[in-house]
Write a protein that binds this ligand. Structure first.
Ligand code: NAD
Ligand code: LMR
Length: 323
């Protein structure tokens, strides 16, 4: 077998004793994010009460004898965890229960991302990639970014790849084609019920996608947007393996680029498509993580995007008061 010669990448996973981390850590350790020849130094960050459970997760990781894991640390010290971090998955946060909205979680979770943003600001690598998963993900990424003024804003992303993957899968099922044949799909906006899974530009095998408008507006868009609540209802707890898989897809594509292929990522806006600068918004991205620009939008697309801008402005106003 070939020797692993690259220096290990320092990767932090918060909420390491939780459900998403229980899937995510194994995928990182298997090389699904940083590549099959890239060793990793894994840091598992938890709150003090859950450090022992995270140590149990670390014991199981050790028992998996995964060759890419160079070192593993479990800690409740955010400053130590993020010191020198090159990639961070900010998963640790309370999940919503039945009947709650993700925005309801802002009061419980928002402050977590102030402390972690400050720790990233103090010690992370200059080119750190931070992917916020904990809900409300877009606004928690906004908070972490605001708490880290010395780190470029584009180092903070929020996870909307799960919405993208859901949208892709449901469209593929409707068209009767494998999902990898569908291109140019995007989920605009917020990881919330207002999100806009947009198939206007989508193609299947290079040909424009055509579907029944009533199905698109009355079934598809709301079903994608409310899939998280549907999972909570059926499963009894929030999505975990699919969220971990989406986080792997997001970070892998961010590291490696996508070439011509579009995907969805929530990034701090630089004013694209009229989104207020700094709001963390789901955009179509491609290549080396650039927003696909210059798309012309119908009145209907514009209105759906504007509803997300409005919602995120409201969340940001609440978040600003946490500082
Ligand atoms: P979980 O309750 O199973 O685990 C969360 C873990 O986070 C717990 O072990 C808890 O102790 C830990 N934690 C809490 N505060 C922390 C802190 N300050 N530092 C480090 N760890 C901390 O929850 P889960 O199912 O793993 O979900 C985690 C979050 O991800 C939730 O907010 C959930 O809503 C969100 N989520 C987001 C998406 C998305 O697409 N963006 C998808 C699924 C879930
Ligand atoms: C999801 O979309 O599955 C997660 O954000 C969990 C939730 O609260 O819906």
């Amino acid at each position: 077998m070939a020797e692993l010669t690259s220096a290990p990448q320092k990767v932090v996973v918060t909420g390491a004793a939780g459900n998403i981390a229980y899937s995510l850590l194994w995928r990182i350790a298997a090389g699904d994010v940083f590549g099959p020849e890239q060793p990793v130094d894994l840091t598992l960050l938890e709150i003090p009460d859950a450090v022992r459970a995270a140590e149990g997760t670390a014991m199981e990781l050790a028992d998996s004898a995964l060759p890419l894991v160079s070192t593993m640390n479990v800690t409740d010290d955010a400053a130590a965890a993020f010191d020198g971090a090159q990639a961070a998955f900010l998963v640790g946060a309370k999940p919503r229960g039945k009947g709650e909205s993700r925005a309801d979680m802002l009061a419980a979770n928002g402050k977590i991302f102030i402390g972690q943003g400050q720790a990233i600001n103090a010690g992370a690598a200059d080119d750190v990639r931070v992917l916020v998963v904990g809900n409300p993900a877009n606004t928690n990424a906004y908070i972490a970014n605001k708490a880290a003024p010395d780190v470029p804003a584009d180092r903070f992303n929020a996870l909307m790849r799960l919405d993208h993957n859901r949208a892709l899968s449901m469209l593929a099922a409707r068209l009767g084609v494998p999902s990898q044949r569908i291109e140019r799909l995007v989920v605009w906006g917020n990881h919330a019920d207002t999100q806009f899974p947009d198939i206007t530009f989508a193609t299947a095998d290079g040909a424009p996608v055509e579907v029944d408008r009533a199905w698109y507006e009355d079934e598809y868009i709301p079903r994608v947007a409310k899939r998280g609540a549907e999972i909570i209802d059926v499963r009894g707890k929030s999505s975990a393996a699919s969220a971990a898989s989406a986080a792997v897809d997001h970070m892998r594509d961010w590291v490696r680029g996508t070439g011509e292929r579009w995907t969805t990522a929530a990034l701090p806006s630089r004013g694209e498509y009229g989104v207020d600068e700094g709001l963390v918004f789901g955009f179509p991205v491609h290549g080396d993580w650039e927003v696909v620009e210059g798309l012309s939008l119908s009145d209907d697309q514009r209105a759906r995007i504007d509803a997300n801008i409005e919602a995120l402005r409201g969340e940001a106003a609440i978040a600003d008061k946490l500082f």
